[in-house]
Ligand binder design. Structure first.
Ligand code: AMP
Length: 591
């Protein structure tokens, strides 16, 4: 979610009025240079700096520019509100005085959320719930992992779900709808203008219908002539409900289009309803496939035992291991068919490996996260079979090495953020994976990764924070942290080390880590303080995170909570940068 960059500032009060700001400054003593920061309602994303000088108040609006910088009219641009205040504390640069003393919020004065902070959040939730039929944890994960993409989607399509949006109707039809039924002042609707493809607002006032054109600037923002600009139509509508901003009156009751409106959301019946059609495959969001939430009916699929008659097994092999092979198949359930991957145990080594496979199934059965391959059940027939959801685009390293030219660094960041979300989930549930590597990250699509292969995984006891192996085995040494190799100790922190190596594989488009070395040489190499080098295409921030994952002492290594935070903030920052660049390109005059 786009968090408010001023939230950490102790002199930031959020969305308070001018008179409340003056009250706080009065209570704090009215010294010269006393100041506070508040949210600006007139310009979205902007602030107001309120300063005392000579027992008088001065209020300076701070605008958020298209390129993401902040500035006071006529002043220098700054990369954030904190940097701006820091600058004006040294140089008045046009203000009445320098900022001398912050007016600090008292502990019982929380930051007041702006009306759009809550609205955007609720809108996002409602949208995800209705469009993909997601709820609970799956919905939260969808929102965290896809916030930038969702915000963009909402900005362009959310109004279609609103009761006040009437689609493509002409002015006369708009009037007819407004005149039917009661005619209070402020009753309104939004319609698509037939010819220009822009929007119009039609509203009732004094039993007469007025029509206004909604303008759009080059960066796509919506506004009334001379009015405040908004990213979305629905934000503009919410704003016009509070301020007339040039209209004859503020917006009142919505003239409903007969479809469900925001006050009475429709119960989600089927997926992808309400006019949302999934984008082409390469652009599709993870939620556009059934794998995000494969349970049409939660009680139905999460059964441990699957009947042989419910399975169709294809001859196509997806992969193999020493246990046997993984085959493509279809799982028939009461509400339809699901594509599945079926791990089939080789019959000749059944007893040896059967137990291992049962242990893997036991672990997988306890996990339920969109970024972890789900086990749908076990089937004991001609051989023991573990039925999993299908990740048809295959292992990450192979996908990246064969699609080098089409996969962007942003795409890799997004995928690795998803892996960090899955790993954070494992950490919270006290499971250690012990074999995290690019070969065990499977792709459902180019934009959707899932962690797989729980053959080595362990559930830790409630009071344990590591698992101690009795002896070493056939271990992926190049992915293992020093404490695994030296003391056989495995924890979420050692998974963090492996995450770093997985990141390295991803950013080197499926390269082999420590290419020419043997596993045992790698241990010495690490002990001597060496680490893998930064892959050529890898952003500096991502390499810094990898290096943190390779902190020698596990006590000093970040956990997945921290790793996910870093991945998230970098993922969101890339999306914001792309948005700003798009806006700047759109704003450039065409020669
Ligand atoms: P594993 O032993 O679990 O690593 O599986 C061996 C190979 O089978 C993997 O490298 C994949 O190519 C394939 N595979 C395993 N699970 C799946 C799945 N859920 N969907 C698609 N392919 C899979």
């Amino acid at each position: 979610m786009s968090t408010d960059p001023a939230i950490e500032l102790p002199f930031y009060y959020g969305s308070i009025s001018r008179s409340d700001a003056e009250q706080h400054l009065k209570l704090a003593g009215m010294d010269d240079g006393l100041f506070l920061l508040r949210q600006c309602l007139r310009s979205l994303g902007g602030y107001v700096l309120s300063v005392v000088w000579n027992l008088e108040f001065h209020h300076y609006p701070i605008e958020k520019q298209l390129n993401g910088t902040y500035c006071i009219a006529g002043g220098k641009p700054h990369c954030g509100p904190a940097e701006l205040c820091e600058f004006y504390s040294k140089d008045p640069d046009g203000l009445v005085c320098v900022l001398r003393k912050p007016c600090l919020r008292s502990p019982d004065t929380p930051i007041k959320p702006g009306v759009f902070d809550n609205l955007r959040e609720n809108m996002l939730r409602e949208y995800v719930k209705q469009t993909w039929n997601l709820e609970g944890e799956a919905m939260e994960q969808a929102i965290i992992s896809q916030a930038p993409q969702l915000e963009k989607l909402i900005a362009t399509t959310a109004h279609e779900k609103m009761g006040w949006y009437h689609g493509k109707i002409n002015r006369q039809e708009g009037e007819r709808r407004l005149y039917s039924g009661v005619q209070p002042d402020g009753k309104f609707l939004i319609r698509d203008k037939e010819v220009s493809g822009t929007f119009a607002l039609s509203m009732m006032y004094g039993k007469t219908v007025y029509h206004y054109q909604i303008l759009q600037d080059k960066s796509g923002k919506y506004f009334m002539p001379e009015g405040t600009k908004f990213d979305t139509i629905w934000q503009l509508v919410e704003y016009l409900r509070m301020k007339a901003d040039g209209l004859v009156t503020v917006l009142g009751e919505a003239c409903l289009n007969g479809k469900p409106d925001e006050k009475k959301p429709a119960p989600p019946a089927t997926r992808r309803q309400n006019g949302y059609s999934p984008p082409p495959k390469a652009l599709a969001l993870p939620m556009d496939c059934d794998g995000f939430n494969p349970y049409h009916n939660p009680n139905e699929v999460r059964k441990f035992n699957i009947k042989r008659s419910q399975l169709l097994i294809d001859e196509v092999e997806l992969g193999s291991g020493n246990f046997g092979c993984v085959k493509k198949g279809v799982f028939k359930t009461e509400s339809g068919q699901v594509d599945v991957a079926i791990k089939v145990l080789k019959s000749e080594n059944e007893n040896l490996v059967k137990e291992e496979m049962m242990r893997e199934a036991e672990i997988m059965h306890q996990l339920d996260n969109p970024y972890i391959v789900r086990m749908l059940g076990l089937c004991n027939a001609e051989s023991l079979m573990l039925v999993m959801e299908m990740a048809s685009a295959g292992p990450l390293h192979k996908f990246l090495s064969t699609n080098k030219n089409t996969v962007t660094v942003e795409n890799i960041v997004e995928l690795m953020h998803q892996v960090s979300l899955g790993m954070k989930y494992l950490e919270e549930k006290n499971f250690v994976h012990r074999d995290l590597a690019a070969r065990n990250v499977l792709l459902v699509s180019q934009k959707f990764a899932k962690i797989s292969d729980f053959g080595l995984s362990k559930a830790l006891g409630a009071d344990d924070n590591y698992y101690k192996a009795r002896s070493s085995g056939k271990w992926p040494l190049k992915w293992y942290a020093p404490e695994c190799i030296k003391f056989y100790k495995f924890s979420s922190k050692s998974d963090v080390w492996s995450f770093g190596v997985t990141m390295w594989e991803a950013f080197s488009y499926g390269g082999k880590p420590y290419k020419k070395m043997k596993g045992t040489d790698v241990t010495r190499y690490i002990d001597e303080g060496n680490r893998l080098e930064c892959p050529p295409a890898c952003p500096e921030k991502m390499y810094t995170l990898m290096m943190e994952c390779w902190t020698y002492k596990y006590e000093d290594r970040p956990d997945f909570k921290k790793v996910e935070e870093s991945m998230r903030s970098y993922h969101y920052s890339l999306s914001n940068k792309a948005k700003a660049e798009e806006a700047a390109a759109a704003a450039k005059p065409v020669k």
